[in-house]
Design a protein around this ligand. Structure first.
Ligand code: G
Ligand code: G
Ligand code: MN
Ligand code: NA
Length: 255
């Protein structure tokens, strides 16, 4: 497997980049958080999508090392950006296989955050709901480990997985991220609007905040803001961008 061989060299040869996509407070328009999104710039193939190389990294056992690297990049970045906004957060994605293969990663992360003198809540771990379906003690304990270290948890792609809502009661979840499939055709009085409104009401009653993904139009943003959705993410605000470009967003909103 050529790609697997190349992947092994990618970290050492600095071919990975982390891009950041802003997460905006829908009531104020402030940039409140960022999602860290990994990119691999392959020397000959060009940009390889995480959808392709994350599974490969899982199969070849490289996901642990890559995940730590992404986390450290994100932590260094959030330390810097908390100078612009003291409650700034960066979220990092964890695939189910990645989450399950790890052992006490929250300890390593907690130590690193402490070294940087950062609070646990600078980091949000994004997982998908499929992970919580069986709710084995191993998974429960890992999730609790992150929570005990002060980190927060977001359910990514919410609404697309196997819909058992029981886990929302069982785990301390901080954010639900409504999948962009529900946002794409959002219109007044549509089924998607009803689903978004119901998710927002339910989440708030459970003490969970809501982030809508894939917002591309002002109409979508306005409908979600009117429905009380807390945060939004999507091309309307910005594509995932490099850290230097992201920093301009602070400059333009806090001047
Ligand atoms: O950014 P993009 O649309 O290319 O992301 C495609 C998929 O890759 C998304 O599902 C996203 O969650 C995932 N992804 C991006 N970065 C990471 C990462 O650092 N770790 C993991 N596990 N998945 C990631
Ligand atoms: O699975 P996850 O939600 O982590 O995937 C996030 C990915 O969604 C990002 O990497 C980004 O490339 C993609 N994305 C972000 N905003 C938009 C958007 O407004 N429209 C579309 N089509 N994709 C988006
Ligand atoms: Mn995500
Ligand atoms: Na998502």
């Amino acid at each position: 497997m050529r790609l697997a061989v190349d992947l092994r060299a990618a970290l050492a040869q600095q071919q990975f980049r982390v891009l950041y996509q802003p997460i905006v407070d829908l009531a104020t328009g402030d940039v409140h958080k960022a999602e860290a999104l990994l990119r691999w710039e392959h020397p000959t193939l060009g940009l390889v999508s995480p959808e392709k190389f994350i599974p490969l990294a899982e199969e070849t056992g490289m996901i642990g090392e890559i995940g730590h690297w992404v986390f450290r990049q994100a932590a260094n970045q959030v330390q810097h950006w908390r100078k612009f906004r003291e409650d700034f957060q960066i979220s990092v994605n964890k695939s189910p296989a990645q989450f399950m293969s790890e052992d006490r990663v929250h300890d390593t992360w907690f130590d690193y955050l402490r070294e940087l003198q950062l609070e646990g809540n600078s980091v949000v771990v994004e997982i998908t709901e499929g992970l919580l379906l069986d709710a084995s003690p191993a998974i429960t304990n890992k999730l609790l480990g992150f929570r005990d270290a002060g980190m927060q948890v977001a359910i990514d792609d919410f609404g697309t997985g196997y819909s058992s809502l029981a886990y929302l009661k069982k785990f301390d979840i901080d954010y639900l991220k409504i999948d962009r499939a529900f946002i794409r055709n959002l219109a007044p009085n549509s089924d998607d609007m009803a689903l978004c409104e119901a998710i927002i009401v339910m989440a708030h009653k459970l003490g969970i905040q809501v982030i809508a993904e894939g917002i591309e139009t002002e109409a979508q943003r306005d409908l979600l803001a009117a429905a009380g959705c807390d945060y939004g993410q999507g091309y309307l605000f910005s594509r995932p961008i490099a850290a230097e470009a992201f920093e301009q967003l602070f400059a333009s909103t806090t001047a």
